[in-house]
Ligand binder design. Structure first.
Ligand code: FES
Length: 221
């Protein structure tokens, strides 16, 4: 599922602090994920309308994000509000960044441009402990097949759960491109440090088995 057709996970909530931004890639499209100082998240096209600099390299100032290159500032609707080289200019409304809808749920930031997309629902979401985002250099179908072998239960197109070491893990699946998949992993309950350490080790092994299947098989043998 892409940004036009449904909610896509783009980052763990814990990875975007207030006043910070980061870049993400969804099916080859670059987006900036940023959080304003009030705590609200925003997901936009990662391209400044001036000369194309990535906005994810920019600076968040209150409820604006400023481009690193020439300092143009954009409000939370993507509208350019200030051009430092022309401080008295009433900035034309046409200078704006294409934006997506953004929501946080189950410890993950999601984005879409679809008006009626449904968010994955969890039966038991008493908490959410962000584990990590895992970049795997493998196509989605291979990642999906490997998860299926571990009893993955799908909750919509881009997410699901599986039980690892007796702990339920919620996983949002982001297709970066044809060869790279990002797994955003959350424990939907309270989790202690030992559990998280075990799950992190499992995640590393999972990636290793997908990216280097011959080496992983040799280690098992
Ligand atoms: S490229 Fe962004 S302000 Fe110039």
């Amino acid at each position: 599922m892409n940004l036009e057709s449904g909610w896509v996970p783009v980052a763990l909530s814990s990875s975007i602090e207030p006043g910070t931004s980061a870049g993400a890639v969804v099916e080859g499209s670059e987006v900036v994920v940023w959080r304003d100082n009030s705590g609200k998240t925003h997901v936009w096209e990662d391209r400044c309308p001036h000369r194309g600099m990535r906005l994810s390299f920019g600076f968040v100032r209150g409820d604006h994000i400023a481009c690193l290159y020439h300092g143009w500032q954009y409000d939370t609707a993507g509208q350019c509000r200030h051009i430092p080289a022309h401080p008295d200019l009433d900035v034309p409304a046409t200078i704006r960044v294409p934006t997506y809808r953004a929501e946080e749920k189950h410890g993950i930031i999601w984005a879409t441009s679809a008006a009626d997309a449904a968010m994955p629902e969890l039966a038991d979401a008493s908490g959410s402990t962000c584990l990590r985002s895992l970049n795997v250099d493998s196509p989605l179908q291979d990642v999906q097949a490997a998860l299926d072998r571990r009893g993955f239960t799908k909750l919509g197109e881009n997410a699901g759960t599986c039980t690892i070491n007796s702990t339920l893990l919620f996983i949002g699946l982001q297709v970066a491109n044809a060869q790279r998949t990002v797994l955003h992993m959350v424990v939907p309950a309270a989790a202690n440090a030992a559990m998280l350490k075990q799950l992190s080790r499992w995640a590393e092994d999972f990636r290793f088995a997908l990216e280097s299947p011959e080496l992983a098989a040799a280690e098992v043998a």
